[in-house]
Ligand binder design. Structure first.
Ligand SMILES: [Zn+2]
Length: 439
């Protein structure tokens, strides 16, 4: 059992050998030789590895519909071709695209996801949130506001009270793309996030054009740092900017597979660790095309080693497993509830089967192999709040089947989005202008 709580076991990952985990919707007890009592259901974990579920701190779940898009494009051109031009995806497309992603996420052992949604229209947010609810995953919905519109603000508040406030698995961030947003609108979004007590969540210092104007300066002028903020990427952060982020306690989502795919660069991760910034890992939707957390961890380690020419740099295999679990929970401010198998926390955990051709023979508790050999196929069971979402290697679905989800998503990806409203067309023009293009 990798508890990821040093007080409970050995080393950074708090390892306990031949141990039991007793849980209902929360973790009740972790230790050796536990007796659950007569009504206990026993899950046989002999020879297997138990660890907290993975926390995916940055994703765009609708983007399963654009997998493989723009294979030779860097981030800015990719955003135009693969995101902004898809601007009119509707409710059904949002629903089935998101359902497909959630099945893929559960398959790889993710139990909490932050879905940074482009929230293209009221119908889109409806489909997106319905799919998240139906997935039974723990989630934070990132509601994007791109240019201030009172109807969008009203939609945000309505969806919050219906889909977020009444669902104990749900949370909210206010998201915005910085470049197309003017100062007045940005101040409004900062105000909305503050009023709701949630972070303002932005992509920052990702592409080449992301540094001019300095996005941190833009956010500072809008008083964003008086409230909560959450940044994705920060690949191009200078030493001075990293210092600023540390001074203002800004959490970061690191998305190594996406950074490779979009030629964004290699984050100076060791410097973030030295400054004790909270960093979690993210999969980043269609820009990396896969929901494989194991590959993401492997690349997070490998990129730093390749850049430094040194295998001893941050993160080690233990550090990257921590980053994918408790580190992500800390970045999202959820470490009191999830991220480790500490008694009292929610029972979000996964069971890995190392007795497979890609992983066996298990050595030294399998810690290095989780990072270097692990694949979604090794994830035998996934629990959220103690409820099995994957069982005996299959994703558990109450309302549909994996085959139906795949078929529906395929159909929705092939269907042209319906005609946009005048307002939607206007927002799209604004976004394209921000990326120096016209339609
Ligand atoms: Zn992203």
């Amino acid at each position: 059992v990798l508890t990821v709580e040093p007080r409970l076991g050995e080393g950074l990952l708090g390892i306990l050998r031949n141990a039991d985990v007793r849980f209902a919707d929360t973790i009740i007890e972790v230790g050796r030789g536990l007796d659950g009592g007569k009504d206990t259901i026993i899950v046989d974990g002999h020879g297997k590895i138990v660890l907290p579920g993975f926390v995916d701190t940055h994703n765009h779940l609708w983007q399963s519909l654009i997998r493989g898009c723009g294979p030779d494009l860097a981030v800015d051109s990719w955003i135009v071709k693969c995101v902004i031009e898809k601007f009119y995806f509707d409710e059904d497309q949002a629903y089935w695209g998101t359902r497909l992603s959630t099945v893929d996420l559960i398959g790889t052992g993710v139990t909490t996801v932050l879905d940074w949604s482009h929230s293209f229209s009221n119908g889109f947010t409806e489909g997106n949130l319905r799919a998240l609810r139906d997935s039974n995953l723990r989630f934070i919905y990132g509601f994007m506001l791109a240019g201030y519109r009172s109807d969008e603000e009203a939609d945000l508040r309505k969806k919050k009270s219906f889909y977020i406030d009444r669902n104990p698995l749900a949370g909210l961030h206010v998201c915005t793309p910085l470049r197309p947003v003017g100062t007045d609108d940005l101040e409004k979004f900062v105000g909305i996030a503050k009023e709701l007590g949630v972070p303002l969540n932005v992509h920052i210092l990702e592409g080449v054009a992301d540094s001019d104007p300095d996005p941190i300066e833009v956010l500072r002028n809008a008083h964003a740092f008086d409230g909560l903020t959450f940044f994705n990427h920060a690949v191009r952060a200078s030493d001075q900017q990293i210092q600023f982020l540390a001074d203002h306690r800004v959490p970061i989502s690191h998305n190594p597979l996406s950074n490779l795919r979009l030629a964004s660069g290699v984050i100076p991760l060791g410097k973030f660790a030295e400054q004790k910034l909270r960093v979690g890992l993210g999969l980043d939707g269609g820009s990396n095309d896969t929901s494989d957390v194991f590959a993401n961890m492997r690349v997070a380690v490998g990129l730093q080693r390749a850049r430094a020419g040194d295998a001893a740099v941050f993160p080690s295999v233990e550090q990257v497993i921590r980053m994918a679990t408790l580190g992500g929970a800390e970045a999202l401010g959820m470490e009191q509830r999830i991220g480790s198998l500490s008694p009292g926390k929610r029972a979000d955990m996964i069971l890995l089967d190392p007795a497979r051709a890609n992983f066996a023979p298990m050595q030294d508790d399998g810690v290095a192999q989780i990072v270097f050999n692990g694949q979604p196929g090794n994830v035998e069971a996934v629990f959220v709040d103690g409820r099995p979402l994957k069982w005996k290697g299959r994703v558990v679905l109450d309302d549909t089947t994996e085959e139906e989800i795949v078929a529906k998503a395929q159909k929705q990806a092939e269907r042209p989005p319906p005609s946009p409203s005048a307002q939607d067309r206007e927002t799209r023009q604004k976004l394209l202008k921000a990326f120096n293009l016209t339609m």
